[in-house]
Ligand binder design. Structure first.
Ligand code: HEC
Length: 139
């Protein structure tokens, strides 16, 4: 949706930090996109559609790079979380290369690494809770 605004400068003291709620919603949107796009990769693997695999891996990288880096002060705000994010990018680059080479076994290996990476980051984030399916926390 597009909101039209008048083009005047906003005085610096009126610029407020983005509320955490918005950041959380952005992460949630990004994660749901990751789920859908990773299903495209599975689709590409089982149909040997290398173009689809390559596109989807590229999309996953974009989604990850555009998602907020962290929520300040929680479990996403440290080196380990950063590690999982970088690993996500590395795996998707590998996926793109394997798809370019039309190497279905290599791409399937990258897909398994991707799934392991999703789970590893989630396990790290939720190592100590047993409150059901993973969802964005609400205060
Ligand atoms: C770098 C860490 C990280 C990686 C890697 C990661 N996630 Fe997430 N995921 C999160 C965070 C943070 C949340 C927000 C909820 C929470 O607190 O765990 C989340 C939540 C989700 C949710 C629930 C969203 C909702 O509706 O609230 C889904 C679905 C999801 N991730 C899918 C994936 C998939 C699929 C992958 C791999 C392709 C993936 N995630 C990889 C950090 C990660």
């Amino acid at each position: 949706m597009l909101f039209l605004r008048s083009h005047r400068l906003i005085p610096a003291e009126d610029v407020k930090p983005i509320p955490t709620e918005t950041v959380e919603e952005e992460i949630q949107k990004a994660m749901r996109a990751k789920l859908t796009i990773s299903q495209d990769i599975l689709n590409g693997l089982v149909t040997r559609d290398f173009e689809l695999i390559q596109q989807a891996a590229g999309e996953l990288k974009k989604v990850s790079l555009n998602a907020p880096e962290h929520i300040e002060g929680d479990e996403t705000d440290n080196e380990l979380y950063k590690h999982f994010r970088l690993e996500f990018l590395r795996i998707n680059t590998l996926m793109e290369d394997m798809a370019k080479d039309e190497n279905v076994e290599g791409a399937a290996f990258a897909y398994q690494s991707l799934t392991a990476n999703c789970l590893a980051c989630h396990s790290y984030l939720h190592a100590n809770d047993d409150d059901g399916p993973i969802q964005l926390r609400r205060e």
